[in-house]
Design a protein around this ligand. Sequence first.
Ligand code: ADP
Ligand code: MG
Length: 355
Amino acid sequence: MAYRAISGIGEFGLIDKIAALAEPTLHTVQNLITGIGDDCAVYQPSAGLLQVATTDMLVEQVHFDLLTTPLKLLGSKSISVNVSDICAMNALPRYALISIAVPASFSVEMIEALYEGMAYAATEYGVAIAGGDTSSSRSGLVISVSMIGEVSAEQLTHRSGAKPGELICVSGTLGGSAAGLKLLMREKEIMLEHIENNEPYNKSTMADLKEYSNAFQNHLSPIARLDIVRLLHSKNIRPSSMIDISDGLSSDLQHICRSSNTGALVHEGRIPIHPGTRRIAEELQDDALTWALTGGEDYQLLFTISKKEYEAIADNKDIAVIGETTDKEEGLLLSDIYGMTIDLRTVKGFDHFSS
Ligand code: ADP
Ligand code: MG
């Protein structure tokens, strides 16, 4: 198949393509007055609601490797990670502005794949892709997504509202994204070795990766927990604090405790480890619990809630109570299945600037 060079259609030709791909997302939002095609997007805020705003940048070789990342999934992930931040405020996402810097080696088809993924995810979450900016890049691909959401003052949830004696809850399962990433890195090594040795690397020489598809999915195409936010709204309950797990349970719980001035006690046996992850960890001679605590990029919601409010969601199998908030002086503790405790702060999540 022949790929078309972007230079053949130019910046405006590319933006026209992007506009066409983003067009279906515009119908998911009622309050958007002007989408792509003018100098600004125009949005009518809903009466009485507060707006929340977030932005996230994905940089090639820092956040993703195109050798192991299909562009369509990268597109949907770039939307999901922003929706996840909006969800962490207990808000609903409304519209996104997307800026991309594109290397000269990219074809029109690659940008189409990227935006197909973005438009698919945006439509699923009810987010309009309302505008953006397009530039060339002298290095890798850069995707920057900014997103606006809405929430009532009564439902708005910060990191800072936890009080001692509340329950610490987490949605879904943890560690699956790290498992997927480790497997992808292993497969990449194998592929590069084959190339180096001039051996074929194709379906017949590749390991059967089907059994890992769930872990790959978790890493390459995480789903933001908008369903949990909708559940909280429908039950009319508000967590006292909330954050999305992007850096790892350990780091993200520390953020809540620091902002709220509390301590925490987490029970190892109650941490919901992603199914399949223990086996993958064994295979790679690694530790599933460490992945769950520090792997990050699971994009689950971590929140604290009073025992009384929790009753309304107690029957939800997708929300696990993993511990309790304590007085600040008690510190951040993880108790293992034998009741021994370790300091959670010694377990580190991902930090861009530490080596
Ligand atoms: P300006 O020069 O006024 O910044 P542009 O020519 O860059 O306008 O963009 C034209 C329209 O296309 C604008 O509505 C802008 O928001 C939109 N747009 C440009 N690039 C992107 C992109 N990568 N994704 C989504 N919308 C885009
Ligand atoms: Mg512009």
